[in-house]
Structure formats: C-alpha cells, structure tokens
Design a protein. Sequence first.
Length: 109
Amino acid sequence: MDHIAWMAWTPPTAIFFAAIALTLATMTVLAVRYPEAERVGILRIPTTRGDRLFLSLIAAAVIHLLWIAFIGADPVATLPIGEEGFEVSNLWFATLISLAAAVGIFRTV
C-alpha cells in the first residue's frame, strides 16, 4: 500500500471514489440491459446517457467550486462518532444541489 500512501484517504475521499465507481457500474449495466438511443433535449443536440453523465459531473464540480468560493466549507454539525466526533461539512448542501442538477440534466438535456 506504499504506492498510494501519498493520497489522503479520508472518509469523504473514499465516499467520492465509491460513488464514482458505483455510477460507472450502473451506467455499464444500463447500457447492457437497455441499449441507449440518442435524444434531443433543450440543448438541441443529440446526447446519450454518457453525455448527460459528463455534463452532470462538470456541473457538480462547478457547483462545488462556487460553493467553496462564496460560502466556504465550514462544519455545520459534529456527529458523536468516535472520540472526537465526526464533523459534517456544509459541502453536503452543495452535493444535494448537484444531485438535483444531475436529475434536471438527465431529464431535460
């Protein structure tokens, strides 16, 4: 495990990578079970599921960066887990906004 010791493996980092892996696995299963067809949405260009996923990930990155720039990443609560507790960042609100944006992108683009 020394070859990955440079990375700060924190619970949020593990959640992020697990979510990306689960998303890619889900998209693979959907592509096999339900072959996708391009569709034209509000952008007036043909897009596939993969295109809409890419747009959702870019939107999530922008939302999170803007959130950090204008609001910050201060903790909003501390859960009584472990000796020192587990701080909950207000970035989870940006994550909820990103999920809502992803739903909108998948439905309309």
